[in-house]
Design a protein. Sequence first.
Length: 312
Amino acid sequence: MARVLITGGAGFIGSHLCESFLRRGDEVVCMDNFSTGNRENVAALSSNPRFAMIDHNVSDYIEVDGRLEAVLHFASPASPVDYLEMPIQTLKVGSLGTHNALGLAKAKQAKFLLASTSEVYGDPLVRPQREDYWGNVNPIGPRGVYDEAKRFAEAMTMAYHRFHGLNTRIVRIFNTYGPRMRMRDGRVVPNFLTQALEGAPLTVYGKGTQTRSFCYIDDLVRGLHRLLEVEHHLPVNLGNPREMTVLEFAKKIIELTGSASEIVFHPLPQDDPQVRQPDISKARELLGWEPEVSLEEGLRQTIRFFTEKLRA
Ligand code: UDP
């Protein structure tokens, strides 16, 4: 039985991770400062004696008593709207927060997993994106606070691996969706779903020709556990290679919700990546992993969650 620390454990991905470790019989220490995380996400876990919650900002020195076998660093704003509202905190959690989490992993001789992102590829000039692509990032643009923080976090993680011999993993997570996404976090899945369910127009940014590839949360979590089981220190993409335009995605949401909403077009945010599609050859070979949940099935689960949220 392992004892693991999950930073950002009350967030969307973090809370699913907490749950999956508990289900396996492990002990979970969840750390969150609730800047974008939500107590409700872990409320059902709090009665479990193997679950502990620490209210703490990981950009400040981290202290955790007792043993830890793994540190999973998932704390960070992850929606463009959030990191535009919290640019300094976003830079701090990616840099100082990652440094603190790595230092803790080193002190505990624990495995370390960094939640990195497809945003390290910026507005990519290649498609699909393989792990050996260095990316096309505007460091001083509005998204730079997230992209560069995560790029720094990757560099720091590799330095701890190379210099201190820390047992590290880096996952580059592509767009992931599912229950417990924050309804008003500004990302495309919560936006389109709440709009469709409320009968409001779906707000497509730009012409909607930009592409994204959406991975269901359960598939991602399964991939993360696989990655922890193998020895591999270089970055690994996890995402669903099924790519579509944002306009196609809006139409799919209207179809699956049976909504009468129309589509309206809003200006494209600055530096919005034009394409995004993971090349998951490495995950396939290394982890024997690939997504199993279809977009339709994953969206049905997510629609059920948002429908209940809106009713509450
Ligand atoms: N988007 C959109 N309408 C919305 C929210 C987002 O058209 O109401 C677009 C956004 O411009 C981007 C894509 O959907 O091209 C995905 O945006 P999201 O904020 O989910 O995250 P990103 O993939 O850009 O990090």
